[in-house]
Design a protein around this ligand. Structure first.
Ligand SMILES: Cc1ncc(C[n+]2csc(CCOP(=O)(O)OP(=O)(O)O)c2C)c(N)n1
Length: 566
């Protein structure tokens, strides 16, 4: 290209660097050759992490974005690559995590000619993204990339897709078009303040309530509103419950922290606190089926409902709402706190509430401890949680797969300080998430210990990515809950279909040997007495490790899943 122009591929690399992208997760393909060549030739400071499956690239970008507060970026080629990258975008978009997927594509000039890998990629990504464009001309590229970042990082954060055909990568872009607003490299960019009148109305509701409760979703952590939340809860003397994605909104050591509520990770003592409230304020939370136990807790028509969310569309969907505040969670909580400061708190209430919260937690953890101390084999999930908690550094990042890991670790694994230290894919709960999300999290927080707790079903979905882990010498500890069954579904067959078990069991894999073949240090543990020492050794080892835990299957366990509790 001449001095005033660069190629579309070069422009793409420059635009990513201008948006402060540091890590790019992806997998090569024929239609991506110009893009890869630009990555090879230019001096850009972006680290490319080659994956073994585009699904993993999507989940890595998601894990990276969750722990850094930055946009996560993944890339894959046309056709098969584009279809494989989709799950990560769906999860990120529905979980309000900004992830950009770049796909390359057959040339615009080759469209409609039965060209190998041709697919309508714009249509493919439409329901999975907040913002989605296929480029037809190179000159549009800088503007489209800027728009993608602005869309992902503002309002309710979400996923974006930009498709870059082969000839667009070769086309010319004016060098003067290469600029970026770095504000959009991080989320939430441009926080939106709430309407003061709406804040005043919610404050009146809170002030009138006898037993207010805050139920916090992922929006609180996404908005970094943890300190504002704690101040408000303390002023009002309100217990704080969270969804699974909202874990970290408040430190578990806080005397007002109830823990996770809902069908998955909720327990009868914590549910009782929801049932008892006369006002439930959802904060950064969609009040969906899992959190509300399919709209039974709180019961519609029972408690009054307040709702704070950056997305006006979620308000009033599942509950008639008495007071709604639309805006950034941190600004809204700060405004509500300031408004309530004028009204005045109720003396004495906080102490009584803290006592009730402490006794609910004591009841919940007493039942847990009885099982966690059991010497029985196969190893109970409770024992695994307790032993991992005992040896895990407090600032570790824990990523939990669906199946046994999600309900058990969301219910019983505690983090003393607030902030994002727990990750689970709660939008779609697709198997095979934790390994890759932990890789992304490790790139995002290189100094932190990352632990991925996997189901053996999930292991089968994603095992190939251990090569990536080894290639990058990532010191992640993987823990596999080995029960030789799709246990979550088997537990559903037990609870709801009279134990007619059908097509849910599979052969046991020796996960430790598989991991060893990939070059990881590994342990296999079937004796409960040896579990803690094996976990401690694995965590202390400097490189990647895996502990295979021969575990009690979920359908025989006392899982904190309300549908299975008689
Ligand atoms: C991609 C995908 N397919 C199917 C499901 C449905 N599903 C939910 S949990 C589960 C079983 C999980 O099995 P495993 O990973 O072995 O963990 P376990 O429940 O046995 O602890 C299945 C199949 C899913 N969540 N994701």
């Amino acid at each position: 290209m001449d001095g005033q122009h660069v190629s579309g591929a070069e422009a793409l690399v420059r635009m990513l660097a201008l948006h402060e992208v540091e890590v790019l997760f992806g997998l090569c393909g024929d239609t991506s050759l110009p893009f890869y060549d630009a990555l090879a030739r230019l001096d850009h400071g972006i680290r490319h992490v080659l994956c073994r499956d585009e699904r993993s690239a999507g989940y890595m970008a998601d894990g990276y974005a969750r722990v850094t507060g930055k946009v996560g970026v993944c890339e894959g080629p046309s056709g098969g690559g584009a279809t494989y990258i989709l799950p990560g975008l769906v999860e990120a978009n529905e979980s309000s995590v900004p992830v950009l997927a770049l796909t390359t594509d057959v040339a615009v000039s080759a469209r409609g000619r039965y060209t190998l890998t041709e697919l309508d990629q714009e249509a493919l990504f439409r329901p999975a993204t907040k913002w989605n464009r296929m480029l037809d001309r190179a000159e549009d590229l800088p503007r489209v990339v800027r728009a993608a970042f602005a869309q992902m990082a503002t309002g309710r954060p979400g996923a974006a897709h930009v498709g870059v055909p082969y000839d667009v990568q070769l086309g010319a872009v004016g060098a003067g078009e290469l600029w970026a607003d770095k504000t959009f490299a991080r989320y939430p960019a441009h926080r939106a303040a709430p309407d003061p009148a709406a804040v005043a109305a919610l404050a009146r509701l809170v002030a009138q309530a006898e037993r207010p409760l805050l139920v916090c979703g992922g929006g609180v952590v996404i908005a970094a509103a943890e300190a504002a939340l704690a101040r408000l809860a303390e002023r009002v003397g309100a217990p704080v419950a969270t969804t699974i994605s909202g874990k970290g909104a408040i430190g578990d050591g806080h005397p007002l922290a109830v823990g996770v509520v809902g069908t998955n990770g909720g327990t009868p003592p914590t549910r009782a606190i929801v049932a008892d409230a006369d006002l439930v304020v959802f904060v950064g939370c969609r009040a969906g089926s899992v959190t509300t136990e399919r709209r039974r807790f709180p019961a519609p028509g029972g408690a009054r409902i307040g709702h704070i969310d950056v997305d006006p569309a979620v308000i009033g969907v599942n509950y008639p709402t008495d007071a709604a505040v639309v805006g950034d969670a941190r600004l809204a909580l700060e405004a509500l706190d300031a408004e309530l400061a004028g009204i005045g708190a109720r003396p004495g209430r906080r102490t009584a509430v803290e006592r009730a919260v402490a006794s609910a937690k004591e009841e919940k953890f007493a039942a847990f401890r009885r099982l966690a101390e059991s010497p029985d084999a196969p190893i109970k999930p409770e024992r695994l949680v307790a032993d991992l908690q005992a040896v895990c550094p407090p600032d570790a990042i824990l990523v939990a797969d669906p199946g046994t890991p999600c309900p058990y670790f969301s219910a019983y694994f505690t983090q003393a300080a607030p902030g994002r230290r727990f990750i689970s894919n709660r939008a779609h709960g697709a198997l095979g998430y934790a390994l890759s999300a932990a890789v992304g999290a490790q790139f995002g927080r290189p100094g932190a210990k990352c632990v991925a707790v996997m189901g053996d079903g999930s292991f089968g979905f994603t095992v190939g990515e251990f090569e990536t882990v080894l290639r990058h010498k990532l010191p992640i500890t993987f823990v596999v809950v080995s029960n030789a069954t799709y246990g979550w579904i088997k537990a559903g067959q037990r609870a709801g279909f009279d134990r007619r078990y059908f097509s849910v069991d599979f052969e046991r894999t020796d996960h430790a040997r598989v991991a060893a073949a990939y070059g990881l240090r590994s342990w296999s543990v079937s004796d409960p007495a040896q579990l803690r020492a094996a976990l401690a050794e694995a965590l202390a080892h400097g490189g990647p490790t895996l502990v295979d835990v021969i575990a009690q299957p979920l359908h025989e366990a006392a899982a904190p899943v309300s549908e299975w509790v008689a």
